[in-house]
Structures are given as structure tokens and as C-alpha cells.
Ligand binder design. Sequence first.
Ligand code: 0O2
Length: 250
Amino acid sequence: MAEHTEAEVTIEEREYPEEIFLEDARYQNLMMQYRCAILELETKFHVLNSEFSLRHNRNPIESIKTRLKSPHSIVEKMRRKGWELSPESIERNLSDVAGVRVICSFPEDIYSLATLLTRQDDIVVVGIKDYIANPKPNGYRSLHLILGIPIFLSGGKKHMRAEVQFRTIAMDFWASLEHKLKYKQDIENAESIAEELKACADTICQVDYRMQEIRRIIDPGRVGPEEDEEQKVSESIWWEKRAADIAREE
Ligand code: 0O2
């Protein structure tokens, strides 16, 4: 086990342990590295969006939201999980300090983008949670990837873990409202509201796929339908295989 410095021993006893992120250069360095991973990912998505828009004559990405987990949330999660608080432990245990949310126009864009991104040879796929193929019981849908992203520092290359969430506009609309409602603890009829939210999620999902069908009819894009279908089939097979490989490695 790594030796504890004086700062790490006392930090657990502090009233506001998150202050260590302002005081200790090692924490500042770690957060800087996560910020770099976010920048690298953002650039990769901008490049993919530009290329996709040239090839298919439309932008698959509606918007990109990024967030660096706050020191307060990091400390809270490390405590909740019973993990020691140190820069090494944060890096080893947390996958969501760097977060990127990619909002796509249509469900098929999610898989196309995720495939194109994870095929890049400098990216390591650490984990996949496909809540679109397997929605959560409450109706939550998104594709989550945990990735190792290379960042290039003066001392050399290093991979940082980051969480990427892919959603359609409709899935994001539902998740944002559901997230807000979660914090309203004093709701009456919580059970029927949960059922209603689940029904909304299912309706939203149907609308997503109906809109996708409409788009295919009115705007097949520059790529011919046969080529498009062929590419989609090979992507879904590749995706299934990749998820199975990752699960086996875990
Ligand atoms: P924030 O502020 O969005 O980051 P873990 O992160 O490992 O402790 P878990 O459940 O294994 O927890 O991770 P998972 O399933 O990948 O989900 C993590 C994130 O997905 C959440 O982050 C949310 O952003 C989103 N998410 C997952 N489930 C739901 C859901 O039911 N509703 C909504 N609205 N969002 C969800 P955080 O940590 O909650 O916060």
C-alpha cells in the first residue's frame, strides 16, 4: 500500500476536505489532466461532426456538454464508496471526473458516432453501458462509454479515463426533467409519478424512432440507401461484439 503523506492523513478529518483541491498541487495537476481529456474528446467530436456532415450532408451532433466533477462531488462519492481520498485513488477508482455528453439528432447517429470514436486507435474502451438497448427500469435511456483518452503532456503521453454519454435530444429532455424531479423528496403519489415518467420515456422513444424514419424518407443524404444499410448492419454487429468483449475482460 502507498505511504500516506501528512496531508492525506489529516484530510479525512477535515470539515471541508474538498479544500485540498485548492491547496495541493497534485490535486490541481490531476484536475488539469481531466480538463485536457475533455478538450481532446471535444476536438474529436468536432472533427467527426465535420466529416459526417460532409459525407451525409447533415450534422449528427446537436450539442456537446462537458463537465468536470466538482471537488465536493468527488469527495462525496469517494466517501460514499469507502475509498481513500488521494489523487492516485481518485484516478484509480473514478471514471466520471471528466464527463462529456453528446446530444445527437437521431438514435442511429449515436451508434455511428460511438463506433467511429471507439475505432480510433488511440482510444481505449474501458466499459460500455447501453441503456438504449437495455433501458433502466425507470425508463432512462443513453449510451454510456468509459474511455481512456490520451493526453499529451511535457513529460509524455498519458491516458485519462472519461465518461461519454450519448443521447438524442428527446432522451436528454426526459433525463434532465427526471433528474430535477428526483430532488423533490416530498412528492405525494411517488409511485404513480414514477409510472407516468416511465410511460413518458417509452413515448419519447417511439417518437425518436418515428422521427428517424421520417428523416430517412425525406433526406436519405449523400450516401445511397444500400450503402447506408450495409454500414449500419456492420456497425451493429461490431458494436455487439465489442460490448461482449469488454464484459468478458471485466
Ligand atoms: P452527474 O451529475 O450527471 O454526473 P456510478 O457513477 O458508477 O456511481 P452508475 O449508476 O454505475 O453509478 O453509473 P451510470 O449508470 O453509468 O450512471 C451515471 C450517470 O448517468 C449519472 O451521473 C447520470 O448523469 C446518468 N444517469 C444514470 N441513471 C440515470 C437516471 O435514472 N436518470 C437520470 N436523469 N440520469 C441518470 P450522476 O452521478 O447521477 O450525476
